[in-house]
Design a protein around this ligand. Structure first.
Ligand code: ACM
Ligand code: ZN
Length: 532
C-alpha cells in the first residue's frame, strides 16, 4: 500500500512538473536553438544549456552488464561515420563519456521514457527500462551532425552535440506501421531497412500482414503446402519471382532478434475468416464449397472473394489453432492480429455446416457467426498468453470485451465510439489519414498531422482508450522498393510525431522545417521519399 502511495505521489509530481515545463516551453524555440534541436518526434521537454560536447577518439561508453546490448548498438551506430570504435566499460577510464544507466526512481517515465543530459564532459542517458535507453540513443543520433548516418568514415566533421537536458516519454504505447507482404513479398533486407527507420523515429510496432488472397508468406511446419503452393502465384500470370515467396522460420527468428535490439516489436497478422483464398489453393477442404482455387495477383481477380473459411467445420479451427500455435512460438509479441476484415457471408448463408453452428448456439445471423468465430480464436490466442487484435469488422455481430480493435474505415465513428464506451482499446489507422498506399493528393503530408482531430474527439469522450496509431501500406499498387518508400516517406515521420509527442507540445509550423531537415537523414538512410 505504501509502495503504491509513493508511486502515485511520484506520478502526480511527474505530471505536475511536465505540465509546468510544457507550459513554460510554449514560447516558440528561438531560431538558433531550432537549428540545433531537429529531433523527430519532438521530445516532450527540452532545456537548452550552454556549450557543446565533442565526441573524439578518446570518448568511451559506460554501461552496466544489463545495458550491454544497447551500449554495443550505440557503439555500432557511431563507429562507421566517425571511424571511432568507442570502448565500452563499466567504469570511467578517462576522456569524455557517454553513460547509459537504468534508475529505479525513473518509474514515472514508464517502459519507454528516458532522460538525457548533455554537458561538455558527459552525455548521460537514464531510463527505467532498456527500451527508454534505446529511444534516448535515437535522440542522441539525431542530435549529432547528420553525417553520423554515413556508412563510411567522414574526416571533416566535428562530432559535436549541443548541451541540453531532455525529458521524454511517448504519448501512445502503439506507434506502428503495417506492411502488406501478401500482395507483394518484401525481402529480409528491405524489412530490416524499415525496422531501422521505424526505430530512428521511435516507432515501435511493425505489423506484418503475412497472409491474404495473393499469397501466404510464413513457413508453418505442420502445413508445408502453405509455402509450396499458397506462397506462389499461379504460373499463368507470369509474375516476377521476387514478388512471391515466404519467410522461413529462421528468417522470422532473425527478424525478431533484429527488431528487438532496436525497440521494435513484430506483430504477425494471420487473416481470417476472409481474404483466405490462397489457403484454399493448398487446403480446399477448409472453405464451405471445398473448391480448389488458384493464387492470382491483385487486379487479376476479385479484390474480395466470397470463399472464406467455413465456420462450421472443426477442421477449420484445428488448422487455425495449429497455425497460431507455431506463430505464437515464433513471435514473442504480446498481440496477434487475426484480420477479420472484408469477409462476405454469402456462402455461410447456404452452407449446412455454418447453419448448424448458427442453430446450435442460437446465433441471430451470419454476423453473429463471425463474432462467434472470432471468440473461438480469441480463446485459443489467450490460452497462449497473447491478446487479439482485429480490424474494425470484428465489432459487427457483438464485440468481445477483451479484443483490441484496429479502426480503419473512416466512416465508422459510431462503432468506434461504442467500442471505447464498452471499454475496448483501439488503434487508429483510418483511411482518411493513415493509408499510405493512397496518393498524396488524397492524403497530404500535412493531413496526417491532423489525425489529432479524431484523437481529440475520442480522448475527450473516453480518455485512455487509444492504444495508439498506425500507418498502413497495402502493396497492390506500388510494387517496387523505391515506389513503396515514396508512399511511406515522409508521411511516416508525421505519424511518428503524432504518436509520440503530446498535442500541447507540437504544431505543424514547428514540425514542417524539422521535416525538411530530415530529408538529409532519409537520403543517408537510403530511403526514397517525395517532398510534394
Ligand atoms: C483493410 O484495409 N481492408 C483493413
Ligand atoms: Zn461453411
Amino acid at each position: 500500500m505504501k509502495h503504491e502511495g509513493t508511486g502515485m505521489m511520484k506520478r502526480m509530481l511527474w505530471i505536475f512538473s511536465l505540465c509546468l515545463i510544457l507550459y513554460s516551453c510554449k514560447e516558440p524555440l528561438t531560431e538558433e536553438v531550432q537549428a540545433e534541436i531537429q529531433v523527430i518526434p519532438r521530445p516532450q521537454v527540452i532545456t537548452v544549456l550552454e556549450g557543446t560536447f565533442e565526441m573524439t577518439s578518446k570518448t568511451s561508453i559506460k554501461a552496466n552488464r544489463d545495458l550491454m546490448v544497447q551500449a554495443e548498438q550505440l557503439r555500432d551506430y557511431l563507429s562507421p561515420a566517425s571511424g571511432y570504435v568507442l570502448p565500452i566499460n563499466k567504469r570511467h577510464t578517462g576522456g569524455n563519456l557517454i553513460e547509459l544507466k537504468l534508475l529505479d526512481e525513473l518509474s514515472t517515465l514508464g517502459e519507454e521514457g528516458y532522460e538525457m543530459t548533455i554537458t561538455s564532459k558527459k552525455v548521460l542517458i537514464t531510463a527505467h527500462r532498456p527500451k527508454g535507453i534505446i529511444w534516448g540513443i535515437q535522440t542522441l543520433r539525431q542530435l549529432f551532425p547528420v553525417e553520423i548516418l554515413r556508412e563510411a568514415a567522414v574526416d571533416d566533421v566535428a562530432w559535436e552535440l549541443p548541451c541540453v537536458n531532455i525529458l521524454d516519454k511517448p504519448r501512445f504505447e502503439w506507434r506502428g506501421l503495417m506492411i502488406d507482404y501478401s500482395r507483394t513479398f518484401w525481402n529480409i533486407s528491405h524489412t530490416k531497412k524499415y525496422i531501422d527507420a521505424l526505430s530512428y523515429y521511435k516507432m515501435n510496432r511493425l505489423h506484418m500482414h503475412l497472409t491474404d488472397d495473393q499469397g501466404w508468406r510464413i513457413e508453418i511446419e505442420k502445413y508445408p503446402a502453405l509455402t509450396e503452393i499458397a506462397s506462389q502465384f499461379d504460373t499463368v500470370y507470369h509474375e516476377p519471382r521476387e514478388r512471391e515467396g515466404y519467410y522461413s522460420r529462421e528468417d522470422i527468428r532473425e527478424l525478431v532478434r533484429y527488431a528487438e535490439a532496436r525497440g521494435v516489436e513484430l506483430i504477425p497478422e494471420i487473416e481470417m475468416p476472409g481474404h483466405t483464398t490462397e489457403v484454399f489453393a493448398a487446403y480446399p477442404e477448409l472453405s464451405c464449397t471445398g473448391d480448389t482455387l488458384s493464387v492470382h495477383p491483385f487486379f487479376m481477380g476479385p479484390g474480395i472473394h466470397n470463399e472464406i473459411f467455413c465456420a462450421g467445420k472443426k477442421e477449420t479451427f484445428e488448422f487455425l489453432e495449429n497455425v497460431l500455435s507455431e506463430v505464437s512460438e515464433l513471435f514473442p509479441s504480446e498481440y496477434i492480429h487475426i484480420g477479420g476484415d472484408e469477409a462476405p457471408k454469402v456462402l455461410w448463408k447456404t452452407c449446412p455446416h455454418c447453419q448448424r453452428v448458427i442453430k446450435e448456439y442460437s446465433l441471430k445471423d451470419e454476423d453473429e457467426l463471425q463474432s462467434w468465430f472470432i471468440r473461438q480464436v480469441e480463446g485459443y490466442i489467450q490460452s497462449k498468453g497473447k491478446k487479439l487484435i482485429g480490424w474494425d469488422e470484428i465489432t459487427e455481430g457483438g464485440l468481445s470485451g477483451t479484443a483490441t480493435v484496429m479502426f480503419w474505415r473512416a466512416g465508422m465513428e459510431n462503432a468506434l465510439l461504442s467500442a471505447v464506451e464498452q471499454g475496448n482499446m483501439v488503434i487508429l489507422t483510418p483511411t482518411s489519414h493513415c493509408y499510405f498506399d493512397y496518393t498524396y493528393d488524397r492524403i497530404s503530408t500535412e493531413k496526417v498531422y491532423s489525425l489529432e482531430s479524431i484523437i481529440d474527439k475520442i480522448e475527450t469522450l473516453n480518455p485512455g482508450k487509444i492504444l495508439g496509431v498506425q500507418a498502413n501500406f497495402w502493396s497492390h499498387i506500388d510494387r517496387t522498393e523505391p515506389g513503396m518508400d515514396r508512399q511511406i516517406f515522409p508521411r511516416l515521420l508525421v505519424l511518428a510525431e503524432v504518436g509520440w509527442t503530446e498535442a500541447l507540445n507540437r504544431e505543424w509550423d514547428h514540425f514542417s522545417p524539422r521535416l525538411e531537415h530530415h530529408y538529409q537523414s532519409l537520403d543517408l538512410l537510403d530511403i526514397y521519399y517525395t517532398d510534394e
